[in-house]
Design a protein around this ligand. Structure first.
Ligand code: FAD
Length: 333
């Protein structure tokens, strides 16, 4: 329980690019660190992290622990967990936050076991109880029907994975000052149980990242069959939007999981979210209800999606969506 008064954010990078969720976690981490009186720091395992530190300072990190090793160029659980756990055991931070990304969801539980700490997965809210010194980690429970706030009073660090797009990014400036603290870790004895052979980017005729998209057009079971997703793709292409989907369509194999929005998919926060043929189940809403504007197209006037929609169009999406696309194309011409 004896710790350094620091709040850390795991600075996930892929191919030398910091993940967007890291900027969100630093922004929220700053609020929590101010409240708790902690120092905000980032932990950056990579082949050569010096060039990435400035971006982390700009989002509030006062310190960046860089762990440089060619074996850390790309994510590999054995190497990353050894490096991060060793640093945690030595420096003893109070709190460590990870993005609930594929990498964060693999790394954080492994590190939790290695440092004998708890972990709350997939948080959607974080706060700090100053009196008790506990991180208040809130996440959906029981199929999204309740929000549970979890504390970890007996072990340190307190650790959470946090979904993308639940916290706003707040960039302080382009020239914030911070301190790079290089940390050496010996990875020679770590068994290499996995090896990355190659990295293949998913081929998709809509490559806009859902997490970062300003506009999203999503299709649900009301689309009818896989070929009919063409109307969704066509409207998305007209708008420069990303394509989303409900779990029903993903489970049916109409579209890849990569497009799923919701509790077990992605959490998105676009300027406009257009839900086509989606009923509005609570698990879908969990992933998109913080969108700035929601437009719902559904033939059932009682569909729950209309309860949260800013604009609702009652009717057949196969007529409305192509008409919508035509009108937008005409307005652009
Ligand atoms: P439906 O509920 O079947 O709705 C289809 C809608 O289309 C209806 O409202 C209908 O009126 C309308 N429609 C039909 N034809 C037309 C037409 N021609 N024009 C216009 N409208 C039409 N779901 C998610 O989406 N994301 C998740 O991450 C997720 N996670 C889950 C996790 C758990 C633990 C569980 C139990 C469930 C989860 N679900 C998730 C599933 C969720 O409960 C719903 O089953 C799912 O969202 C329903 O998808 P849907 O709205 O496409 O289909």
């Amino acid at each position: 329980m004896s710790t350094t008064k620091e709040l850390w954010v795991f600075a996930e990078q892929r191919e030398g690019k910091i993940a967007g969720v890291v900027q969100e976690l630093l922004s929220q981490g700053q609020i929590l660190a101010d409240k708790a009186g902690f120092t905000l720091a980032a932990v950056l395992p990579s082949a050569d992290g010096a060039g990435l530190c400035q971006e982390l300072y700009n989002f509030g990190a006062k310190k960046v622990y860089t762990i440089d090793d060619p074996k850390l160029a790309d994510y590999q659980n054995d190497y990353y967990s050894r490096a991060v756990a060793q640093l945690i055991n030595e420096k003893k931070p109070e709190i460590v936050l990870y993005g609930a990304t594929t990498i964060g969801r693999s790394l954080a539980p492994t590190v939790a076991v290695m440092v004998d700490a708890g972990l709350t997965a997939d948080c959607t809210e974080l706060d700090f109880d100053v009196e008790a010194g506990n991180l208040l980690q809130t996440r959906p429970a029981f199929g999204g029907n309740i929000m549970a706030t979890i504390i970890c009073p007996d072990h340190r660090p307190q650790m959470s994975t946090v979904r993308s797009n639940v916290f706003k990014k707040t960039k302080l400036s382009d020239r914030e000052a911070g301190e790079q603290i290089p940390y050496e870790v010996d990875l020679s004895g770590v068994p290499e149980r996995m090896r990355r052979l190659e990295s293949v980017h998913e081929a998709d005729n809509n490559s806009i990242d859902l997490n970062a998209a300003q506009f999203i057009v999503s299709g649900g079971r009301g689309v009818g069959k896989p070929e009919n997703f063409k109307v969704i793709y066509d409207l998305a292409s007209e708008l420069g939007a990303a394509v989303g989907a409900s779990r029903a369509t993903v489970d049916a194999g109409w579209i890849s999981h990569h497009h799923q929005v919701g509790q077990t998919g992605k959490t998105v926060c676009p300027v406009i979210y257009i839900a086509c043929g989606i009923s509005g189940a609570i698990q879908h809403l969990a992933g998109m209800q913080s969108s700035d504007m929601i437009i719902a197209i559904n033939k059932d006037p009682d569909a729950p999606i209309f309860d949260i929609a800013d604009y609702g169009l009652i009717g057949d999406l196969h007529q409305i969506v192509p008409e919508f696309q035509k009108q937008i194309a005409a307005a652009k011409a």
